[in-house]
Design a binder for this molecule. Structure first.
Ligand SMILES: [Ca+2]
Ligand SMILES: [Ca+2]
Ligand SMILES: [Ca+2]
Ligand SMILES: [Ca+2]
Length: 138
């Protein structure tokens, strides 16, 4: 009887140890993803859509050199191709307002997250859509 209890205890201890090890392993993986950490506000290895939007708002403001309410093509130079800019410009006025900018980020976020788990992980950032997202949030 005593032996049985001891065995059950050691199994429980092992389970705890391996789950701690798994967490530590995950943290290690996070540290090896500087690209994601760079654009993720809390650098925890996964980016939620809320974090992407928060970062997007910050980037919009830093890009908007002339301090008006829109991004002009010269302000997004290098971040958006001519086609991407035109696509994002919903009302075709040649400028991107915050809503148009964020809308594109959210769409790229969803496309870069095919597993629909609510977050972008390191590997997802290396897909075509993930790279597009990264470019807009750096
Ligand atoms: Ca995060
Ligand atoms: Ca502007
Ligand atoms: Ca526009
Ligand atoms: Ca994901």
């Amino acid at each position: 009887m005593m032996k049985k209890i001891l065995m059950a205890m050691s199994v429980a201890v092992l389970a705890v140890v391996s789950s701690v090890a798994a967490q530590a392993g995950h943290r290690g993986a996070v540290a090896s993803c500087p690209v994601l950490n760079e654009i993720d506000p809390d650098s925890d290895g996964r980016m939620t859509v809320g974090e992407a939007v928060k970062r997007g708002v910050h980037i919009f403001k830093s890009l908007n050199q002339d301090g008006d309410r829109t991004l002009e093509a010269d302000e997004t130079h290098g971040l958006l191709s001519h086609e991407a800019f035109a696509w994002a410009d919903r009302n075709n006025d040649g400028k991107l307002h915050m809503g148009e900018w964020i809308r594109r980020i959210v769409i790229l976020f969803n496309k870069a997250n095919p597993d629909r788990d609510g977050t972008i992980e390191c590997d997802e950032l290396h897909t075509g859509y993930g790279r597009g997202l990264k470019r807009m949030l750096r």
